[in-house]
Design a protein around this ligand. Structure first.
Ligand SMILES: [Zn+2]
Ligand SMILES: [Zn+2]
Length: 446
């Protein structure tokens, strides 16, 4: 029996299809209503009682395996075929799982992805990409905008990405390169691919000069000139792939820009903090404890479309910014560590009750904050800012939730505290919008 099919357990199948489909197929197979299997060489052929025929050739992603039902997504026949194949393999068949695909070379990637996608991946890599490699089972690689899971570590056909393409995308190649560069003895490691900032010195010096000028002369005198200067530096940082510096400069440009737009009470405190952070990031030399990928950022501020996703509202933060109010709604995306942030800005001072009733995503702010958003129209940036569209095309639906999923996701306070204490200060780390938002449950009020 094919070892890749044996390694696709029900959890892996749920990642490739969905829980509901896996449950249905599991019931059928357990009831004895599964398909009858024959083998044609390495290809598994399954025939169902109603005449549906599913074929699983080796090296073909499950969603691309032919099924006579005609479904383009993974259907219950394909899922049931894998289950039946596993059952036929016998319970004592042991499979080695969890080992990353170390032996996948660039020729294998080329054969799998084709020249066009591999070139795209090489271009992304050469611009600089930072990845977090987790040697979990299955191993997963967190890229700036998506996550690749190797459901069957030695078989690229079963690598699954949470971008819209799902399988056989350029991210798969980046993930393989990240695995190759990672220290697999560690549970989690951060690797940098591509250019490692040989020519940043000039830009960094000009960022320091900007900080010095603002500190010496203030920023309210010649705002237009300052905005122009910040904009130019932002474009340059973006072009160099210094994604956190570009993000910081963009935030600074917006804050200063609001002052010129007539918001006379623009928040001087936040401008000061941003300028200070700029100087700190420009002056601190990158090293093992503070890699360049955190301090300056590596990669592009590009939007990634998310595949069909359920985002769970876990609350919101409201704060005044000058004479406006900033609303940040925090959304959990599966088991990802950092929440996604949906941001809105409203005129006037914060008024919680009025804000809670405002319209958001075809629903209200209060419902989104505690509900579930099912969407095919979400996209996110590397800083985990998310935008959700599709309200009119019905690609997005907001459903209220009683909070049970929040309770399940909450972790003990001590654990959360320890984790947060171990992270670098926000002004020196990746500019993830909700990097300090965690879910914990209180047990006692004293
Ligand atoms: Zn089918
Ligand atoms: Zn992808």
């Amino acid at each position: 029996m094919r070892s890749d099919l044996l390694a696709l357990d029900d959890d892996a199948l749920a990642t490739l299809a969905n829980r509901g489909l896996v449950k249905r197929a599991r019931k059928e197979v357990d009831r004895g209503d599964g398909p009858s299997l024959t083998a044609d060489g390495e290809t598994v052929v399954a025939t169902f009682a109603d005449g549906t025929v599913t074929t699983l050739p080796p090296g073909v992603a499950l969603q691309h395996a032919p099924c006579s039902c005609g479904a383009s997504a993974v259907c219950r026949h394909r899922v049931a075929t894998v289950m039946a194949a596993r059952a036929a393999g016998g319970p004592e068949t042991s499979v080695q799982v969890g080992l990353p695909p170390l032996d996948i070379d660039d020729d294998a990637l080329l054969a799998r992805l084709g020249r066009r996608l591999l070139t795209k991946a090489e271009r992304l890599r050469d611009a600089g990409v930072t990845a977090t490699v987790r040697t979990t089972s299955p191993p997963e690689v967190l890229l700036p905008t998506c996550t690749v899971r190797f459901l069957v570590p030695w078989e690229l056909a079963h690598a699954r990405c949470d971008c819209r393409d799902g399988v056989d995308c350029a991210h798969t190649a980046l993930a393989v390169w990240a695995l190759r560069a990672a220290d697999l003895g560690l549970a989690e490691s951060v690797v940098s691919l591509g250019t490692a900032g040989a020519s940043d010195a000039d830009l960094l010096a000009r960022l320091e000069a900007l900080e010095a000028d603002v500190l010496a002369h203030g920023w309210t005198g010649a705002v237009d000139a300052l905005v122009g200067r910040v904009e130019a530096l932002e474009a340059e940082a973006g072009h160099a792939g210094l994604v956190w510096l570009a993000d910081l400069l963009a935030t600074l440009r917006e804050a200063v820009g609001r002052y010129t737009a007539g918001h006379r009470a623009a928040d001087a405190h936040s401008v000061g903090a941003l300028v200070g952070e700029l100087g700190l990031r420009a002056r601190t030399p990158p090293g093992p404890a503070l890699p360049r990928a955190w301090l300056h950022g590596e990669g592009r501020m590009e939007r990634t479309s998310l595949d069909h996703t359920v985002l769970r509202g876990i609350g919101a933060r409201v704060r005044p910014d000058g004479d406006t109010t900033v609303l940040q709604v925090f959304l959990r995306d599966g088991d990802a560590r950092d929440a996604l942030v949906l941001m809105r800005r409203h005129d006037g001072a914060p008024d919680g009750e009025a804000l809670a009733r405002r319209r958001l995503l075809g629903s209200t702010v209060a419902t989104v904050c505690t509900g579930n958003i099912t969407t095919r129209a979400a996209s996110r940036l590397p800083n985990r800012a998310v935008e959700v569209g599709g309200q009119t095309s019905r690609q997005t639906a907001v459903l209220p939730d009683g909070g049970a999923s929040l309770e399940r996701a909450a972790r003990p306070l001590a654990e959360v505290r320890e984790e947060l204490a171990g992270r670098v200060p926000s002004a020196l780390g990746p500019r993830i919008r909700a990097s300090r938002v965690v879910l914990t449950a209180f047990t006692e009020v004293r």
